[in-house]
Design a binder for this molecule. Structure first.
Ligand code: ADP
Ligand code: TRP
Length: 337
């Protein structure tokens, strides 16, 4: 029997940031280590998702290739036979399944998606691509029958929608798609209490985001370690004068505690402190150490091997995705049974 699948994607519309790393990439690498041999791991770049909001198209291809390298630098073991890395647009079944799923997804559902509401508010004109974003994401998940999808808090709603669409199609057509697990099981599987949401250092009321214009509160994985440490030192906090985990009243401090813990630090010694300086200092050192190590690993990635593995993964995943697509095409009446 084929192995159960753990799958996630990270867009390449800008350099990845610490939120992407801690919310999606690191959990994926940890799951791979833990479940090597038992699960199939799919880690891909959803390149078609990249321009659902405006980007500099001249940089996309290069950024995509760069991000694939980051997967390896983060510790993903490409020698594992059950691990696949790929670019979404190199597997046409993603696009084809999206067109089919579109007719089984409702405008109402898509209008309710928080990400759509938030992102469309920021733009003068909103593309149909942004509206349809979750359907393409559902295709990404359902083509491979992914059971677990490690993502940050902002993407939970989309994973649930993928599950809803699959249930709807299964009710109509029989046992068509394997279902991603419900949210509670997803979190338990990743040994999390909740999905992670790293906040912007300058404005901790919002999430750390790739498309942030100033980049002041965002730690990009390509930032120099010194520059990143400075961003931490100037993080916005509050005037309550007591270190505590309280997202409502102290989002900045809570964020620093989350970052420290996610990078392997022990926050106990800071809780209750009346000074914020030592916590900031400790987080700055941790971030600096992390980036120094991560960036040195990037220089050691074997590019030739990476490209060869990318191509063979894409070939294999075209077969898997093609088989699922054909099954769907048959039940909806596009192909002979
Ligand atoms: P962004 O939202 O910054 O453009 P992506 O949409 O490409 O990043 O997200 C890639 C992955 O990183 C997703 O699983 C997403 O949930 C996760 N992620 C993004 N921002 C954060 C954050 N601030 N904290 C935790 N996880 C995040
Ligand atoms: N939508 C995700 C994000 O922006 C990226 C993504 C695309 C994804 N397709 C996916 C994540 C499938 C998990 C599974 O963060």
């Amino acid at each position: 029997m084929s192995k159960k699948v753990i799958l996630t994607g990270l867009r390449a519309n800008n350099d990845l940031h610490l939120g992407n790393y801690l919310g999606a990439l690191l959990p994926m690498v940890e799951l791979q280590k833990k479940y090597a041999g038992q699960y199939q791991i799919n880690l891909f770049v959803p390149d078609l998702h990249s321009f659902t909001t405006p980007i500099d198209h001249s940089k996309l291809y290069e950024q995509t290739m760069h991000n694939l390298k980051l997967f390896v630098a983060a510790g993903l073991d490409l020698d594992d036979q059950d691990t696949f890395i790929y670019r979404q647009s190199y597997i046409p079944a993603h696009s084809e399944l999206t067109v089919i799923l579109n007719s089984f997804t409702y405008m109402g559902e898509l209008s309710r998606m928080t990400q759509f509401k938030e992102k469309s508010e920021k733009q003068d004109s909103v593309s149909a691509g942004l509206f349809d974003y979750p359907v393409l994401m559902a295709a990404d998940i359902l083509l491979y029958g992914a059971k677990y999808v490690p993502v940050g808090a902002d993407q939970t709603q989309h994973v649930e929608l993928a599950r809803d669409i699959a249930i709807r199609m299964n009710n109509k057509f029989g046992d068509l798609f394997a279902l991603p697990e419900p949210e509670k099981e997803q979190i338990a599987f990743a040994h999390q209490q909740t999905r992670l949401r790293i906040r912007d250092l300058a404005d901790p009321t919002k999430k750390m985001n790739k498309s942030d214009d100033s980049g002041k509160g965002v730690i990009f994985l390509g930032d120099s370690p010194e520059e990143a440490a400075k961003k931490v030192m100037s993080a916005t906090t509050d005037s309550l004068g007591k270190v505590a985990h309280d997202y409502e009243k102290q989002p900045g401090i809570s964020n620093l505690l989350d970052i420290y813990e996610a990078l392997g630090g022990d926050t106990k010694e800071f809780i209750g402190n009346e000074q914020y300086g030592p916590l900031k200092q400790a987080v700055a050192v941790k971030v600096k150490e992390f980036l120094t190590h991560f960036q040195s690993r990037q220089t050691k990635v074997d590019q030739v091997k990476l490209t060869a593995q990318l191509e063979s993964s894409e070939k294999a995943m075209n077969n898997t995705a093609g088989a699922t697509l054909l099954k769907v095409q048959k039940v909806v009446g596009l192909r002979a049974k």
